[in-house]
Design a protein around this ligand. Structure first.
Ligand SMILES: Cc1cc2nc3c(=O)[nH]c(=O)nc-3n(C[C@H](O)[C@H](O)[C@H](O)COP(=O)(O)OP(=O)(O)OC[C@H]3O[C@@H](n4cnc5c(N)ncnc54)[C@H](O)[C@@H]3O)c2cc1C
Length: 470
């Protein structure tokens, strides 16, 4: 969808705006795709703010740099683009299936334009159907998704290309934190930066990501916007020899599998599979958790993935994030950080030790985890569900339930409170848009980026008075 530039220029002659037309908060994928789309539509007077560093200054080892700055949480991510209406967010609640598929494909096309590899996984209907059949026999539901894998080392190059494309079209201010949103009579009028500077604008797009979720919730409460709590997903990162999952990962790259645990009927799912990847430590507001990623070219001998158990709480408890953090903190208390345990030790009711890990047939890719006992960390409900899921997976891929399978704990996925928005991503405050993971609308790179495209198209239409050409 593009706007005709000639028509825009005609309209703009009669238009006057304040300091800026559009302020975008957050330079993650959601904010960047908002800016790219506005620039593509010929909209000027756009500024992006991010509290973190510009791309070339971001260092993987620095806690703050991992999630903040140009590229947001996407900068050091694995770069798996899930071209699926079912995965990575809730945009399917705003668009019908065909419109969403079209949006996801065109957003994915922008990643390719800026350098994402051409190859996709999971597009062979016959092989995917075979996996789905085998999964059914193992009591698992297989969610087919087409995936483009960018790879950690390529993310930076693509983000840099996007940054360059915006040079001279959009102003970018890094190391600038937005402290609050300013509004007047139900309409947004700009932002106040930490330090006190006030910047006026006609539109504000808030895309603060997971890292800015508490800030977003505070601003939403101050503006009287409706928010809903999200579930918390708690589990382990599983690591095993890549050969065990090779048949499946060669076809799908990342199989999305869902299981309902026998004992508790809890929803358990696989998440973020990294064939030939590495397990990594993640620091999140003072707690240490685990994650995984893989490079496009550099390969380990192992694959890793998370098994997550979803917990939704009802009255009176409304703080799933605090619950997740509490469990992660318990692992940190016992292990001084993340804990590693062989499945065989867990099942035998004993801790793993350095010695036991050393003669484990799966060689760990993460060396900073402390050998310990995850049964001291997880509630029975979670541990039982994880074990049952591993047993089901073993039927699909024999070898998963081996005593040499490694479990790292804990992996926690906190999701932001969801802010009520329209199908254009506008909140009840006029001209204030809330998008991406920070608004609880999305949970992944592609849908976060697509939510930015949606907001930018709505703003472009209002500024120019022209609906986008199909
Ligand atoms: C290690 C890791 C691996 C991942 N791998 C994948 C993957 O393979 N595939 C996938 O789909 N997803 C993956 N994700 C998730 C993905 O990165 C996010 O879904 C996506 O980045 C969300 O985009 P966003 O723009 O909404 O937010 P973010 O990318 O989090 O960006 C938000 C930005 O806003 C800034 N900000 C926040 N508050 C303020 C403020 N008040 N003022 C100024 N700036 C502010 C932050 O500094 C940040 O730069 C991964 C995440 C991590 C952490």
């Amino acid at each position: 969808m593009t706007f005709s530039r000639r028509k825009i220029q005609k309209k703009e002659a009669a238009f006057k705006y304040m300091d800026y037309r559009v302020i975008i908060i957050g330079c993650g994928p959601a904010g960047i795709f908002t800016a790219l789309t506005l620039a593509e539509n010929g909209i000027d007077g756009v500024i992006l703010f991010d509290q973190g560093n510009d791309l070339e200054k971001r260092e993987r080892g620095a806690v703050r740099d991992v999630l903040c700055g140009w590229g947001g949480a996407g900068a050091f991510s694995d770069g798996k683009l899930n071209i699926s209406t079912e995965v990575g967010g809730y945009l399917s609640e705003f668009l019908d299936k065909n419109a969403l598929i079209e949006l996801l494909h065109s957003t994915d096309g922008i990643f390719v334009k800026y350098g994402a590899p051409n190859r996709v996984f999971g597009d062979s209907a016959v092989s995917v159907e075979e996996i789905a059949d085998q999964a059914r026999l193992a009591d698992l539901e297989f969610i087919p998704t087409v995936i483009r894998h960018i790879g950690t080392e390529n993310c930076k190059r693509i983000l840099n290309n996007m940054r360059k494309a915006l040079d001279g079209k959009v102003e970018v201010r890094t190391c600038s934190q937005v402290q609050s949103l300013l509004h007047e009579e139900g309409k947004i009028r700009g932002v106040k930066l930490t330090g006190g500077q006030v910047i006026n604008s006609d539109y504000v797009v808030a895309a603060p990501g997971r890292v800015g979720a508490s800030w977003m919730k505070g601003e939403a409460d101050a503006l009287g916007l409706t928010t809903m709590t999200s579930p918390v997903d708690i589990g382990v990162r599983v690591e095993l020899p890549a050969t065990i999952l090779k048949k499946i990962t060669d076809i799908t790259y990342e199989p999305k599998l869902i299981f309902y645990s026998k004992t508790f009927d809890d929803k358990v799912r696989t998440f973020c599979m990294n064939p030939y990847g590495e397990v990594v430590i993640e620091e999140n507001e003072g707690i240490t958790t685990v994650n995984g990623h893989s490079y496009a070219k550099r390969r380990s001998d192992n694959s890793n993935f998370a098994i997550l158990v979803s917990s939704t709480f009802t009255e009176p408890f409304r703080d799933p994030i605090a619950y997740g953090r509490y469990i992660a903190r318990l692992a940190n208390l016992l292990g001084g950080g993340a804990i590693i345990q062989r499945l065989g030790d867990l099942l035998a009711g004993r801790r793993s030790t350095r010695d036991r890990i050393e003669h484990c047939l799966t060689r760990p890719t993460l060396l900073q985890a402390t050998p310990g006992d995850l049964s001291f960390v997880f509630p029975y409900r979670h541990l039982q569900s994880i074990i049952e899921m591993l047993q089901a997976l073993d039927k699909l891929a024999p070898g998963v339930f081996s005593r040499h399978t490694l479990l790292y704990g804990v992996e926690v996925k906190f999701y932001s409170n969801r802010i009520e928005v329209s199908s254009e991503m506008e909140t009840r405050v006029k001209n204030l848009f809330a998008i991406g993971d920070g608004a609880g609308i999305t949970r992944g790179l592609l849908q976060a980026s697509a939510s930015g495209v949606l907001a930018a198209q709505a703003i472009s239409s209002r500024i120019t008075g022209i609906r986008p050409d199909k």
